[in-house]
Design a protein around this ligand. Structure first.
Ligand SMILES: NC(=O)c1ccc[n+]([C@@H]2O[C@H](COP(=O)([O-])OP(=O)(O)OC[C@H]3O[C@@H](n4cnc5c(N)ncnc54)[C@H](O)[C@@H]3O)[C@@H](O)[C@H]2O)c1
Length: 266
């Protein structure tokens, strides 16, 4: 598939992780220069050097998305090395498993800072660079949890991911006249290598049974709508989102085999 992105430049946070590295790979395959930043700077550089080995333009570096000044430096470096920025993809995120009673105030701030202040820093620090380019696209990575609730992470994650949707809408309004579109992708259960390493064999096998499509989402299937939101194919879309969840959001509960058994399917 050709997204028509050849020669563009994308700054991606969380570039060492499952979805961030899949997005980087897909952008690079489309001829986009990628700047990958991650708290795990070595991991980001590892992904970038792999892409350079395949002929792509890529750089990797360490950056904490919670730190606005560090973000501004990452934007500066990307502009300097690649002559501008067209796309910003805010992927870095994650949560903790505490409940309301066990979550400390510090943990609350840590999760909200990562998942909500991070994308805010991305938008605020990169918008001037996109403006200098005459426009561009920003994609935030939220979660289906932002519309419902997280079963894997705590209340701080659910609240922060809900906030990402408000941030995306409001920024879309303010930046629309600068020809900068801001949209969100909301993944459901994505089987990244990191996810596979941390879940039990029982979870690996149970989750697909609960999904209409009967399978986990692959990281590349989140990357594709990210590229869609950066391409001319979505030129009239801003302030909106797409859910990529194997159908989890339809809200079905109960065993699938019983549903099928008790219905006439002819
Ligand atoms: N995997 C899923 O099932 C799933 C579902 C819904 C939403 N998401 C969202 O997708 C995004 C990516 O998830 P993933 O599955 O690729 O996770 P991942 O853990 O593989 O990658 C996340 C990356 O973010 C980086 N990171 C963490 N804190 C950071 C910080 N302060 N500054 C910079 N980088 C930081 C990590 O080092 C890691 O490389 C996250 O926002 C996550 O909430 C994932």
């Amino acid at each position: 598939m050709n997204f028509g992105l050849q020669g563009k430049v994308a700054l991606i946070t969380g570039g060492a992780g499952g979805i961030g590295s899949a997005a980087a790979r897909m952008f690079a395959q489309q001829g986009v220069a990628v700047a990958l930043f991650d708290r795990d700077g070595e991991g980001a550089e590892h992904v970038a050097s792999g892409l350079r080995g395949e002929g792509a333009s890529a750089l990797g570096g360490a950056m904490d998305v919670r730190d606005f000044d560090a973000f501004a430096l990452a934007v500066e470096r990307t502009e300097r090395e690649f002559d501008g920025i067209d796309f910003v993809v805010s992927v870095a995120g994650g949560g903790t498993r505490q409940t309301l009673s066990t979550l400390s105030i510090d943990d609350w701030h840590a999760v909200v800072d990562l998942n909500l202040t991070g994308p805010f820093n991305a938008i605020k620090s990169a918008a001037p660079a996109l403006r200098r380019r005459g426009g561009g696209a920003i994609v935030t990575v939220g979660s289906l949890a932002g519309l419902r609730m997280s079963m894997n992470n705590g209340v701080s994650y659910t609240a922060a991911k809900a906030g990402v949707l408000g941030l995306t809408r409001h920024a879309a309004y303010e930046l629309g006249r600068d020809n900068i579109r801001v949209n969100a992708v909301l993944p459901g259960p994505v089987l990244t290598p990191q996810m596979k390493a941390k879940i039990s064999a029982e979870t690996l096998e149970r989750v697909p049974r609960e999904l209409p499509l009967g399978r986990w989402v692959q990281p590349e299937e989140v990357a594709a709508p990210i590229l869609f939101f950066c391409s001319a194919m979505s030129n009239a879309c801003t302030g909106t989102h797409v859910i990529i969840d194997s159908g989890l959001h339809v809200g079905a509960t109960g065993p699938r085999d019983e549903y099928d058994r008790t219905r006439d399917r002819t």
